[in-house]
Design a protein around this ligand. Structure first.
Ligand code: WT7
Length: 663
């Protein structure tokens, strides 16, 4: 039972969820408008992916699609060879697209650069020559710690061109976090910048690299780093260590743009990207070349309905995250798209900045995170309404479930009521989108990521791995290997097996809860493990707890992700101080511990609140009941406390939180 309303929206009474079918105009021009794509791919997923892979340029064609003889270690297209960077660059130049704009760069201070595919190719070749002269070759690891500027993309592609793996570390991470990632990957080169522009100031990066490389682990071992290449961007004063540190512009000046790309095996490592897990140690997610590029490019084209010749695409993610890897660098460039890259934050100099950029470049596809949408909602629709956003035709969302209220606001205020919203579910580990609507086919439901992409086999199961009935909640798993899947955790195959495959054996367990509705659409329900999602970024409760207990004043700590209106979840810590520290006022301890976590891990991990408590709620066997702490932090009624060793503890803690919240 459904009625069509004036704006094409259909109210579905039976499900009490409104749906938004594609408009006739959108469907008529869509890349995909025939739903047979789903069942055709499902009949023979390997043939489907082989076809998508052949859209790329292979220097040696593959004959074998998937080798799954040694699960969970997949090999895709393994006897084929390709150069990932040449697929993103030279291929388009050979196709006569040299003059097409690849990047419209907008610096935060207002400086701009327009870079064509021809120019980008030239710069990447020069950078590849420079890195070769510095000793980089196939199989090496290069750490990249950069602001959002074109050189970051150039550096990544130059590594890819040489068959070396990059490990991009988000610029907001601390020296300690950077160092542990450098050590784990044994990177010999770090590419950084003096600083970048952020919120109207220069935010320094090079000094953090210096600090990272100075850290003495007490084992007398220096870092593996031999050279640090520094891009001049912020103009801030930096120290250059003779013999180790080199200015990018000095080094590159002696190299021309002659460089022939070699093909590398499809399973050659492309990058390592660290992400938080349920333990204190971040996991180095390894992605390889052919399969990764195939799925990043295919989903970027299908899900955004990309028209490379006319669209202007903008993904607001930082390249320090997987979204920046797959949907700023590899997907869009493999597809020959024109995109915007913006250095700064949405509120600099004011909250109109993003919308001014959309108007200026006539952005037609915008991909961002629910937390950003909610921040804009808070500021109010009067801000975006001052700009001409009529160029927008597709909107994307990623990082966490988008709440229907934010979905409707995004649809109406940013999308003018006409642009479909694609809510894309995927992970650092999946490498590319897995569940998302296809905008020419899917009747959209606000809040649901909806359907697995063609050729992808996801499942919602109970604890025993059996499919749950529609309407029921369960765990999200992926049954068949997919081209852009994580190949292993760098240096730790066993952890790869234990983390993702232990639970169900033959299915990848994603760590997310989900529900399938009567139509078969998937609704993501958030993490079911000790992983928090703050502003679409993944943080580990254990990692923050370890950081807190490393502080000399802390005896014990428990961290939870509490619901937060803007950031989705927020870090809330409950801390017991060592008895000799009881003289520290709670206010002073709270401030110091928030700062401590920020310095140790990075500003994104800084707790919203730290509560100093005398006891933590524990079961009789000594397990901390984080679920109860989460309820307290959210100001909710505390549920069943009968399993606690001391039932009074939670009353004291709730009272403490309430008095704090009331302030
Ligand atoms: C986790 C992965 C994918 C790039 C950004 C985050 C959550 C991500 C959605 C979505 C519901 C989502 C999941 C997932 N997540 N996108 N559209 N709907 N949840 O990458 O840091 O690897 O985090 O983010 O919980 O497991 P990540």
């Amino acid at each position: 039972m459904s009625d069509t309303t004036s704006n094409g929206k259909i109210e579905s009474h039976s499900l009490e969820v409104e749906t938004y079918p594609p408009s006739a105009e959108f469907k008529a021009q869509a890349n995909l408008s025939d739903s047979s794509v789903y069942w055709k791919a499902a009949q023979d997923p390997e043939a489907y992916w082989a076809g998508r892979a052949r859209e790329l340029k292979w220097t040696k064609p593959f004959t074998e699609v998937l080798d799954w003889s040694n699960p969970p270690f997949a090999k895709w297209f393994q006897d084929g060879e390709l150069n990932v960077a040449a697929n993103c660059l030279d291929r388009h130049v050979s196709n006569g697209l040299s003059d097409r704009v690849a990047i419209h760069f907008e610096g935060e201070p207002g400086d701009t650069r327009t870079i064509t595919y021809g120019e980008l190719t030239h710069e990447v070749k020069r950078a590849a020559n420079m890195l070769t002269a510095l000793g980089v070759s196939q199989g090496d690891r290069v750490a990249i710690y950069m602001p959002m500027i074109p050189e970051t993309v150039i550096a990544m592609l130059a590594c890819a061109r040489l068959g070396a793996a990059h490990s991009v570390v988000f610029g907001g991470f601390s020296a300690e976090s950077l160092r542990s990632r450098i050590d784990d990957a044994e990177a010999e080169i770090v590419i950084t910048a003096d600083g970048g522009h952020r919120k109207g100031r220069v935010s320094a990066l090079k000094p953090t690299v210096d600090d990272a490389l100075r850290i003495d682990h007490g084992d007398g071992k220096a870092s593996t780093v031999k050279k640090v290449l520094v891009v001049k961007r912020g103009g801030n004063e930096v120290e250059m260590q003779a013999g180790r540190d080199l200015w990018w512009h000095d080094e590159i000046s002696s190299f021309d743009g002659e460089h022939t790309a070699k093909g590398f095996p499809a399973e050659n490592p492309l990058f390592i990207l660290y992400t938080s897990g349920t333990t204190g140690k971040p996991k180095g997610i390894l992605h390889t070349s052919g399969g990764y590029l195939t799925q990043a490019a295919a989903t970027h084209s299908d899900v955004f309905d990309l028209k490379p010749e006319s669209d202007v695409y903008w993904c607001t993610a930082d390249v320090g995250w997987i979204t920046g890897h797959s949907y700023v660098v590899y997907g869009p460039l493999a597809n020959g798209a024109t995109q915007v890259i913006y250095e700064g934050t949405p509120d600099s100099p004011d909250w109109g900045r993003w919308w001014q950029i959309v108007e200026k470049y006539k952005v037609s596809i915008l991909y961002t995170a629910p937390t950003a949408i909610r921040s804009c909602m808070k500021v109010g629709r009067q801000v975006p309404e001052q700009y001409d956003l009529s160029s927008i035709r597709v909107l994307g969302s990623v990082g966490e479930p988008i709440n229907p209220e934010a979905w409707r606001w995004y649809h109406e205020v940013i999308g003018g009521g006409k642009a479909p919203i694609v809510d894309t579910w995927w992970q650092t580990e999946t490498g590319a989108m897995m569940i998302a609507p296809l905008p020419g086919l899917t009747s959209l439901k606000p809040g649901s990521a909806q359907a697995a992409q063609p050729g992808i086999d996801v499942n919602v199961v109970d604890d025993n791995g059996n499919r749950v009935d529609p309407g029921h909640g369960g765990l999200l798993t992926i049954r068949r290997p997919w081209p852009s899947m994580v190949r292993t955790i760098w240096g730790d195959d066993q952890r790869f097996i234990d983390t993702y495959w232990e639970k169900f054996g033959d299915q990848y367990f994603a760590g997310d809860g989900a529900r399938v509705d009567e139509d078969g659409d998937i609704w993501l329900l958030g993490r079911v493990d000790d992983v928090m999602n703050v502003s679409g970024h993944r943080l580990s409760t254990t990692e923050i707890e370890s950081s807190l207990v490393e502080h000399h004043a802390v005896a014990e700590a428990a961290v939870v992700g509490a619901d937060d209106e803007t950031t989705g979840q927020a870090v809330v810590a409950f801390v017991i101080l060592k008895s000799q520290q009881q003289l520290l006022t709670p206010e002073a301890a709270e401030a110091e511990l928030r700062q401590h976590v920020s310095a140790q891990i990075g500003a994104i991990a800084r707790p919203r609140q730290v509560f100093i408590v005398n006891e933590l709620p524990k079961t009789r066997s000594g397990k901390i009941m984080r679920r109860l702490l989460k309820q307290a932090a959210e100001g909710k009624e505390i549920g069943d406390t009968t399993t606690l060793a001391d039932t009074a503890v939670m009353q004291t803690i709730s009272a403490r939180v309430r008095s704090e919240q009331g302030k």
